[in-house]
Design a protein around this ligand. Structure first.
Ligand code: CP3
Length: 346
């Protein structure tokens, strides 16, 4: 590996500077991505390994990130469980037949990821080959809870009424659904590692819609199950639960190597709480990239100063990069991290 800063930081080993990448770095803010999307619909892009590899590598070459994340989507996994997925150009992804009853849950299949999701594994193998060890490749999946919210709602939601009704009125069925998703997710992430992913990230985008007790019962418990079943093969696992600052210690206790933190969390406090046994990833507000390079650099310096000296920090945003972010600002962000962080590692 030519640049293994990211992997070293995941293990809290010494680094010369803080590594940096962005959640959703392969996407619409890049004109090169939009050029490919103009000719190819989103799901075809996910299912065509040559194109998925190409857009995965775009941010590494154009932005200079220290890690590559495989281009795909968290919703390809539930689709492989037998729920047809549609991506509407302007409204986002939806499932025509949401999963709400015990019969719906029992109908979900536990797929063999090497067969039903072979296109993801092929994309990973090809991306590794084309990266040629320039930077590490990250695989990912949604958390069981976040996948369950999409399955029950059928689409993005404001109130999450369907999934919340399920957990409060019928917790047994909710647990059956989450257990099935956890087993499927563990098999999927293990296959990604087997195919060449050198780290994996679990996105729990909707953990934060639950009160702390329910977050532990319905989300964290199943992330823990995934990590227990995972065939790590040395690959670090990153757990990112958005809006879950109330449970940082519990997240770190799932057995992950890295805890992803959103912008609402003070990274200095997070390091005090869990930094002695896990690395931290984050946490610049994605909207700060609307501001100019000077303001971005100021934000970067503040977070570096709060984390302080030593390894165990992977710089990232607090959530995905916004589609209308100017590319020049994304470059300025990555450059600022590279230049400003060296002094914290002397
Ligand atoms: O990080 C990366 O660059 C890898 C690619 C990636 C995508 N989706 C590509 C994508 C990753 C890691 C995801 C994860 C994902 N997908 C999450 C968790 C992370 C998060 O942001 O909260 C969620 C909740 C989804 C589900 C999803 N997929 C939504 C809600 C949408 C529509 C909203 C949107 O951002 O457009 C998608 C579509 C999607 N996934 C796009 C991309 C680049 C946009 C599709 C397009 O090109 O038009």
């Amino acid at each position: 590996m030519i640049n293994d800063l990211f992997l070293r930081a995941c293990k809290r080993e010494p680094v010369e500077r803080t590594p940096v990448w962005l959640m959703r770095q392969a996407g619409r803010y890049l004109p090169e991505y939009r050029a490919i999307r103009a000719k190819t619909d989103f799901l075809t892009l996910c299912r065509t390994p040559e194109l998925a590899a190409e857009v995965s590598i775009q941010p590494v070459e154009i932005i200079g990130t220290d890690a590559c994340i495989i281009f795909s989507d968290i919703l390809v996994l539930p689709e492989a469980m037998g729920v047809k997925l549609f991506i509407e150009e302007n409204t986002g992804p939806y499932f025509e037949n949401p999963v709400r009853t015990r019969a719906d849950i029992d109908k979900l299949i536990v797929p063999d990821p090497c067969r039903e999701l072979k296109y993801v594994m092929d994309a990973i193998r090809l991306t590794r080959k084309n990266l040629n060890n320039r930077v590490p490749l990250i695989g990912f999946a949604g958390s069981p809870w976040t996948l369950a919210t999409y399955l029950a709602e059928g689409k993005g939601s404001r109130n999450f009424s369907s999934i919340k009704e399920l957990i409060y009125t019928n917790p047994k069925d909710a647990h059956a659904l989450l257990d099935k998703l956890a087993r499927t997710t563990a098999a999927f992430l293990s296959a990604e590692i087997e195919a060449g992913a050198q780290a994996v990230q679990i996105f729990d985008t909707w953990g934060g819609i639950l009160p702390p007790d329910e977050f532990r019962e319905f989300s964290l418990r199943y992330i823990e199950q995934v990590l227990k079943l995972l065939k790590h093969n040395g690959a670090p696992a990153i757990v990112f639960c958005k809006n879950c600052g109330h449970s940082l210690e519990a997240i770190a206790d799932t057995g992950c190597s890295v805890v992803g933190i959103d912008s609402s969390i003070d990274i200095e406090k997070a390091r005090m709480l869990i930094g002695s046994y896990t690395a931290l990833q984050g946490n610049l507000d994605p909207a700060l990239l609307y501001a100019g390079p000077d303001r971005i650099r100021e934000g970067v310096k503040r977070i570096l100063g709060k984390f302080g000296k030593g390894s165990g920090h992977i710089f990232n945003l607090g959530h995905g990069v916004l589609p209308d972010t100017p590319v020049g600002h994304v470059k300025a962000f990555v450059q600022a991290v590279k230049e400003e962080s060296a002094k914290y590692h002397k």
